[in-house]
Design a protein around this ligand. Structure first.
Ligand code: SF4
Length: 77
């Protein structure tokens, strides 16, 4: 499926490393600031949740935060 939302991503052309912090203490705050102003944030987050992206910041959420969201969804299902 073509992901047209990617064309509108606020992170296009931005240094991708900030979305994949190597330091465990770095929760990707710099990347999350970019996501805050992104017009396709919700679509990006849904993509990451559905495809179980295990690394990086997607839709303004770190991997840890996405795991929490998935747990919450499972409990409310
Ligand atoms: S929400 Fe963040 S990671 Fe997703 S497309 Fe937008 S800027 Fe990129």
């Amino acid at each position: 499926m073509k992901q047209t939302w990617r064309q509108h991503a606020a992170c296009r052309g931005i240094e991708p490393d900030i979305f994949y912090p190597l330091d465990e203490d770095d929760d990707g705050e710099e990347a999350k600031q970019v996501c805050l102003a992104c017009p396709v944030r919700q679509a990006c987050l849904e993509h990451a949740l559905i495809s179980r992206e295990t690394e990086g910041v997607w839709g303004g959420a770190s991997e840890r935060e996405r795991r929490r969201m998935l747990r919450h969804r499972r409990r409310s299902a």
